[in-house]
Design a protein around this ligand. Structure first.
Ligand code: ADP
Length: 721
């Protein structure tokens, strides 16, 4: 750890002063890490399959410090890459100045909050030169912005309207981008080319029209305005701007349902009259084709906690389907091949990310109405916002924190979290981040500071307030229950559509599912080396292989399920014990059991299309997406009645034929087997009714539109102007 501090100590005398304290903190952290590690093991399950031993804390940190030194060097290529766009930006940069000035006083006001707040305020106030390009969008607002900038010094409130004025520009550019075809071109209007934005800005366009078109009106008077009018979408609710902040998002990086939600919900919100910007880490593992399409948006340096160092924050932008994606760039934190490594690495990474995301919003001068953050990785955002960023422009935003899975919380000992966050002491009390005697819990802090908490189904919102599902936060959640609600997830119909899905052997829809679905079954059987027989009952299981997913129940009953007429296809990766057991079954039931121990999106699509039923016997399930995908592909779910599974799968009623799938309640292998046997009976004995359910499931609305409307209502509730 001493080595880690050495480079920063060279930088300045002030930094040198902070270094020894930091050393003490981290040394203490390393010592204290021992119990913390033990405690955090179950919490780290998803993100840290191999939790390092306590001794490794200090050791691991060393290379991080070494890596730290060359950061600016590493980032150079990014800056170089972006040079062209930066150059293009020059003309508009001048116009941006007033906006940049506005940011300054707000940042100054952050200073008195605490000593630690000072650096945060500085972060909010990026290097003036670099700030210029960020505010290019402000062009149409320039005239109005000037007086605001002059007045801005004493009155932070005046920065608010200025920020609001900037919004329409961003809104228009988002919609402008939507209309343009190639991705790179889409990006340009946002950062570089003010002209299209100005054209689309309502007031500007309205004012310009009479001036330039007046002479023409003699000729085209009745025609032109009428043709343009229908192009405007009709919205029933007022426009709001939302910043999504989270750790993964399809198609850039996805390890589970969070990635799907971060992709689909923003797109759906655009249709609900929202202006959405998604802020993500720029992981090195993001496919090159997306990296190549990102456009440099700016950069600044930010301090972090008690590290005494200044960290590079680059912003790379990518626009797609009306959604702007801003990637926070820092190779020191985001260069690993996987987004989640282990808490020792992930805690500093997401402390940095949460703070950098807020600083980036200030830097870009894009102040959203709502900041919607997701899971523990972004849970510090509301905490930073209401402390160190409260008096900066972004401090005006309201926050929503969504729990996608309460099991993962980001817990570590208090000294370590104080070191990496620099948050004031009051945040580390029992009402916020403190947990037990010596731990701090990032999610717990976020829940305390967020204006609203959501989780991804109504039932899970109730369950997490009980000891059985509350993951030790049930009391905290009950305390905040007035701001907690459940909104069930949907699926993206563009991504999940059996009629157009390019991964399938044969496409089908509700009108011809009974004729074509079995062809996909034969194709999958061939692909996986299973006995090719359309008469076999094929059960799919697509899942992370962890104990959350009820796999111990599955393993216990496989011998009874394998009756000669049933095939099982497993797709997933995770805990070795499950991977090995499924491999064993593949060997034991050759041609009838397939264990695909891999992550393969396209194969997942083919299994949804080919299987007759899909197993989701989870111990707990916040929402679950696989059962929704399955139903949409005419594959009947067999689920445990918990969380979102309970909310989305109506149990099949053998007397009147109603329902969507087969369910069981208690977490018990015998009950799972019973549900599978009921499904088999319907399939083999009562096929007519089975086929009816197939079509009913395909017709069921599992899209995002309903849920997106509920989120929009929530945003409006928080911003009732
Ligand atoms: P969780 O978020 O708990 O992992 P969800 O059911 O909410 O579970 O979301 C899982 C998503 O990840 C689904 O879209 C599913 O198709 C996908 N998925 C899970 N495992 C795999 C895999 N091995 N290969 C491809 N896709 C997978």
């Amino acid at each position: 750890m001493a080595q880690k501090k050495a480079p920063s100590a060279k930088k300045s005398s002030t930094e040198a002063k902070t270094a020894p304290a930091a050393v003490k903190n981290t040394a203490a952290a390393a010592k204290k890490a021992e119990p913390a590690e033990k405690k955090s093991e179950p919490v780290a399950e998803k993100n840290a399959p191999a939790a390092p031993k306590p001794e490794a804390v200090a050791e691991k940190a060393k290379p991080a410090a070494k890596k730290a030194e060359p950061v600016p060097v590493k980032t150079e290529p990014v800056a170089q890459k972006s040079e062209p766009s930066a150059k293009k930006a020059e003309p508009t940069a001048r116009k941006a100045e007033p906006a940049a000035k506005k940011a300054e006083p707000a940042a100054k006001k952050a200073e008195p909050v605490t000593k630690k707040a000072e650096p945060a305020a500085k972060n909010a106030e990026p290097a003036p030169k670099k700030a210029e390009p960020a505010a290019k969008k402000a062009e149409p607002v320039t005239k109005k912005a000037e007086p605001a900038a002059k007045n801005a010094e004493p009155a932070p409130k005046k920065t608010k309207p200025a920020a609001k004025k900037a919004k329409p520009v961003a809104k228009k550019t988002a919609s402008a981008a939507k209309k343009t075809a190639p991705a790179e071109e889409k990006v340009k209007p946002v950062t570089e080319n003010p002209a299209p934005a100005a054209e689309e800005t309502k007031p500007a366009a309205e004012q310009a029209a009479p001036v330039t078109e007046e002479p023409k009106t003699v000729v085209t008077e009745p025609v032109q305005p009428k043709e343009e009018a229908p192009m405007e979408p009709q919205y029933t609710t007022p426009r709001r701007s939302i910043a999504f902040i989270g750790s993964e998002c399809h198609p850039f990086v996805k390890t589970g349902g969070l990635g799907d939600v971060m992709y689909a919900l923003p797109r759906e919100l655009v249709a609900e009259n929202c202006d959405v910007r998604v802020i993500l880490p720029r992981y090195a593992c993001i496919p090159q084709k997306y990296q190549d399409q990102m456009v440099y948006r700016g950069e600044f340096y930010m301090d972090l906690g008690l590290t005494g160092r200044s960290y590079y924050v680059g912003i790379m932008e990518y626009v797609h389907d009306g959604v702007v994606y801003d990637f926070i760039d820092n190779q020191e934190f985001f260069s690993a091949g996987n987004p989640y490594i282990g808490l020792v690495d992930d805690i500093p990474k997401y402390c940095f990310f949460s703070k950098a995301a807020l600083a980036a919003l200030n830097y870009m001068n894009w102040i959203p109405d709502i900041i919607h953050c997701h899971d523990w990785q972004a849970a510090l955002v509301p905490v930073y916002l209401r402390t160190m960023f409260q008096n900066s422009p972004v401090g005006h935003a309201k926050t929503v924190l969504t729990i996608h899975n309460l099991r993962f919380q980001g817990i570590y000992n208090i000294p370590t979290l104080k070191y990496w966050t620099g948050l004031p002491d009051e945040v580390f009390n029992m009402g916020a981040m403190k947990q037990g005697y010596e731990d701090a819990n990032m999610l717990k802090g976020g829940l305390a500071y967020a204006d609203r908490i959501t989780t991804v189904s109504y039932t899970y919102a109730q369950e997490i307030q009980t000891a059985e599902y509350g993951e030790k936060l049930e009391d905290h959640l009950r305390y905040h229950s007035d701001k907690l609600r459940g909104i069930v997830n949907g699926i993206d119909y563009g991504m999940w559509n059996p009629a157009t899905d390019p991964a399938l052997a044969v496409n089908y829809d509700i009108t011809n599912v009974l004729e074509h679905k079995w062809q996909n079954k034969l194709a999958l059987q061939q692909e996986l080396g299973l006995v090719q027989d359309q008469g076999k009952f094929v059960i799919g299981l697509i899942s992370r292989l962890t104990n959350q997913k009820g796999l111990d129940l599955v393993n216990a009953i496989i011998p009874q399920v394998m009756d000669g007429n049933t095939q099982v296809v497993v797709l997933g990766t995770g805990d070795k014990e499950y991977e090995d057991t499924f491999r064993y079954y593949e060997d034991a039931y050759k041609g009838m059991f397939s264990a695909c121990i891999q992550y393969d999106e396209s194969r997942a699509h083919r299994i949804y299309a080919a299987a007759d039923a899909l197993l989701v016997p989870s111990r707990f399930e916040p929402c679950g997406l696989t059962q929704l995908n399955a139903m949409h592909y005419g594959t009947l779910p067999i689920v445990r009645e918990t969380g979102g599974l309970k909310d989305t799968v109506q149990p099949y009623n053998i007397f009147n034929g109603d329902g969507n799938g087969f369910t069981f309640d208690r977490y018990d292998a015998g009950l799972l087997l019973d549900a599978i046997n009921r499904a088999k009976t319907e399939y083999f004995v009562n096929r007519y009714h089975w086929d009816e359910v197939v079509q009913r499931d395909m017709a069921k609305d599992v899209s995002w539109s309903n849920s997106a409307r509920q989120y929009k209502d929530l945003y409006l509730e928080l911003t009732p102007w």
